[in-house]
Design a protein around this ligand. Structure first.
Ligand SMILES: [Cu+2]
Length: 344
């Protein structure tokens, strides 16, 4: 056991060093790492032999970041609603682009471009047929847009040279369109260099509920993404769901045995062509893009290319800790893994 602990500790040091090298160029200088790990027995939060690689459970300053992935996981923004003369629901949101430094791993600060100050940006949620109005304010130093997936007029597409096009720093624009089709979508900035604008953090989830709804469930959003901390557009140094690598290892996602769990899973990863989601000890029903109420597959692994998304539904029959992670070991080792903690 000792040797295994030492090996894992070494992995942690190497990872921290690799992340730090981009910022300091000095990965292995400094004092020797103290002989480690108070107690990694059991599956305590922040421990376990597959526990977080960041300095044995050290995590980031969520308060300074302004968001905590435990909270954003189930944070659905329904907007401000009112009724239009024709009886339809009008749903309005305000989204602001802000340049902001985010601590993405302990001691690793990333100069992000955020939507509403968080990564990922907000999860907008509506019902098919609603009229949607999104006021976009660009408080960043860079030009941006909001491009929504879904069906809408060309001049609401949020790309350069079409409609209003680029929204310059200090300007704002209101995107307005109807909510269709029902399903799980996303939105992101569409200004070039596109990969960088997205990978810096300018994306969010866009859920259009079917008019008849879906069965009651414990619902949550997981957005798969990465951080290219070297800004060389050559892969990523860190991978995560919902902003912070290894977060759900430190703070497992608590769910109830026997209750339907619905994960809205989005892949917005840049610089790597595909991402994946694997769940241990259980199988889930998969609904690609969420545009049908009939699942296409009962599985424990799905893959998504960039921009793909789908709904995973699982009911855990037994209590315990069940890992989930990218079934691409490199992504998992560099942050894309977590736990469901199934309680009675
Ligand atoms: Cu942008």
């Amino acid at each position: 056991m000792t040797s295994r602990r030492r090996f894992l500790t070494g992995a942690g040091v190497a990872l921290t060093g690799a992340a730090g090298v981009a910022l300091t160029g000095n990965a292995f200088a400094g004092p020797p790492v103290p002989d480690p790990v108070p107690d990694m027995s059991g599956m305590t939060h922040g421990g376990g032999v597959n526990g977080p690689m960041f300095a044995h459970g050290a995590t980031v300053d969520h308060e300074a970041n302004g968001f905590n992935p435990t909270d954003t996981l189930r944070d659905f923004d329904m907007g401000q609603t009112s009724t239009m003369p024709d009886g339809r629901t009008l749903r309005e949101w305000s989204i602001t682009a802000v340049d902001k430094e985010i601590e993405v791993a302990p001691g690793v600060v990333f100069p992000a471009w955020t939507l509403n100050g968080r990564i990922p940006g907000p999860t907008l949620r509506c019902t098919e047929g609603d009229r949607l109005r999104v006021r976009f304010t660009n408080a960043s130093e860079h030009p941006h847009t909001l491009h929504f997936h879904g069906i809408h007029p060309a001049d609401m597409d949020g790309v350069p040279m079409v409609g209003r096009g680029v929204i310059s720093p200090g300007e704002e624009f209101v995107y307005e369109f109807d909510a269709e089709p029902f399903g799980l979508h996303l939105f992101h900035c569409h200004v070039g260099p596109l990969a960088e604008h997205i990978a810096r953090g300018m994306y969010g989830t866009f859920i259009v509920d079917p008019a008849q709804g879906r069965p009651p469930a414990d619902e949550m959003v997981m957005v798969m993404h990465g951080y290219n901390t070297t800004f060389d557009a050559e892969g990523n140094q860190l991978y995560a769901v919902n902003g912070i690598p290894f977060h759900y290892m430190n703070e497992p996602v608590r769910v109830r045995r026997g209750e339907l769990v619905r994960v809205y899973l989005v892949n917005i990863l840049e610089y790597d062509p595909i991402n994946s989601f694997h769940l241990h000890g259980n199988f889930f029903q998969y609904y690609p893009t969420g545009t049908s109420l009939t699942p296409t597959e009962l599985t424990d692994v799905i893959v998504q290319a960039q921009g793909q998304r789908g709904i995973c539904e699982v009911t855990f029959p037994t209590e315990g800790m069940f890992m989930f992670h990218a079934h691409k070991s490199e992504f998992a080792d560099l942050g894309w893994m977590g736990f469901f903690e199934v309680t009675p």
